[in-house]
Design a protein around this ligand. Structure first.
Ligand code: RFL
Ligand code: PHB
Length: 408
């Protein structure tokens, strides 16, 4: 680990990025390659950030950004290109052919943990400043009446590190600090509009050192609840089952998890399932959330700080990637060409795509989960939606287009 990166405390930078998750690191790395200076302030230690198990599926746009950031080498070597996935329903397996239906587009199975590790290594290589264990991070003067360009108009960020308070002056603050971060909360509530939908269930996820049950992902709709068979590598599997929000991880032994997963899979798939001890087990509640606008004065929100999707469509990290694309372009236009059009349009451009991924994630979640209060009518609609999907090449093409990622 680069100890210098955790002990340097610059007092000035162009862009202060709050949050050292994938959004913040990716932006910082891309800006660096264009000669734009940034500092990343992360609340947690690097080990803590790298221990989080989250996304597994990258769309092509995200993979392209990783390559542009000179971080794509290991992803291209170790990631697995998937040309399709299965939806298990009514005891059978139906395949969505992404490659065929999305004009040759595919996805890459490569864990968010690895993405983050590659981004940290790249930041270290270029001597980028990432300050870990930054406590009580507070953005200030995000909007100022002072003349633009004057020292009094510039925002600054304060934070504590190893008992000392530091101040970092900057041109812009980027809030890439996730759903629970401080950035969104720094915007006056009368400026923000929040849209939220909370689902009456969560996902219990297990990571195990076992070979994946299928070479491609399986999304399973079952009367006992949804299940997902995913993977990280040929010897690392990731499985999820829908559980009530009242459940806790302690209630679920490994044996109980595997038994329940098997019940929700078609018998021939369940028979192939190799089980083993869990190396991670956690419950994530399912939520849809968007905040508008994604800019307030000199603060820009990006990624989970501004929007959350239920993980069903594998859109969260990928949508964070599209925010970073728009923000990066806007900042490059500003610093290299003196043109603020991209920054002025950031919120509108990012939100237009965010809402499309919200729609897709909601649709797939509604289609595949068991809703405790669903009337018989709603269950019939779920059934006919699946029948329609697998009877219509055009419906499969729409699914494939969204899953592989809408254009930026
Ligand atoms: P993150 O990853 O939450 O990073 C934010 C960082 O900010 C730090 N932070 C602060 N730092 C300083 N000061 C503060 N006050 C701070 N408050 C917070 C945090 O410590 C953290 O390091 O947000 P980011 O970078 O926007 O990235 C978003 C993604 O993490 C998220 O969208 C995905 O993980 C969602 N997701 C998936 N997305 C996909 O595209 N494909 C998938 O297959 C996929 N699967 C998933 C998922 C999320 C899941 N969970 C656990 C919600 C599967 C699951 C189960
Ligand atoms: C994962 O592998 O963690 C994963 C894959 C696909 C999803 C959600 C999560 O839709």
């Amino acid at each position: 680990m680069n100890t210098a990166s955790t002990t340097t405390h610059p007092t000035q930078t162009q862009v202060c990025i709050i949050g050292g998750g994938p959004s913040g690191l990716l932006l910082s790395q891309l800006l660096h390659l264009k000669g734009i200076d940034s500092v990343v302030l992360e609340r947690q230690s690097r080990a803590y950030v790298l221990a989080r198990i989250r996304a597994g599926v990258l769309e092509q746009g995200f993979a392209k950004l990783m390559r542009e950031a000179q971080c794509g080498e290991r992803m291209d070597r170790e990631g697995h290109v998937h040309e399709g996935f299965f939806i298990a329903h009514d005891g059978k397996m139906s395949r969505i052919d992404l490659h065929k239906h999305a004009d040759g587009k595919t996805v890459v199975v490569y864990g968010q943990t690895e993405v983050t590790r590659d981004l940290y290594e790249a930041r270290d290589r270029l001597k980028g400043v990432v300050i870990h264990n930054a406590e009580n991070v507070q953005p200030h003067r995000l909007k100022s009446e002072a003349p633009a360009g004057s020292a009094e108009a510039r925002p600054y960020v304060t934070y504590e590190h190893e008992g000392q308070t530091h101040r970092l002056d900057c041109d812009y603050v980027v809030g890439a600090d996730g759903y629970h971060g401080v950035s969104r909360k720094s915007i006056p509530s009368d400026v923000l509009r929040e849209y939220e939908k909370v689902y009456p269930f969560g996902w219990l996820g297990v990571l195990s050192r076992t070979p994946p049950v299928s070479p491609e992902l399986i999304y399973a709709k079952h009367e006992r609840g949804f299940a997902l068979c995913s993977m990280r590598s040929p010897m690392l599997s990731r499985y999820y089952i829908q559980v009530p929000l009242t459940d806790s991880v302690e209630n679920w032994s490994d044996e109980a998890f595997w038994e329940e997963l098997k019940r929700r899979l078609p018998p021939e798939v369940a028979a192939q399932l190799v089980t083993g001890p869990s190396i991670e087990k956690s419950i994530a509640p399912l939520r849809s959330f968007v905040v508008e606008p994604m800019r307030y004065g000199n603060l820009f929100l990006a990624g989970d700080a501004a929007h959350i999707v239920p993980p069903t469509g594998a859109r969260g990290l990928n949508t964070a990637g599209s925010d970073i694309h728009y923000l990066y372009e806007g900042l490059v236009q500003h610093y290299l060409h003196g043109d603020d059009t991209g920054l002025d349009q950031y919120s509108a451009n990012a939100l237009a795509r965010v809402w499309k991924t919200q729609r897709f994630s909601w649709m797939l979640t509604t289609l595949l989960h068991n809703f405790p209060d669903n009337a018989a009518y709603d269950q019939k609609l779920q059934q006919v939606e699946l029948d329609y999907l697998f009877s219509s090449e055009k419906a499969q093409a729409a699914l494939a287009e969204n899953y592989t990622g809408l254009p930026y």
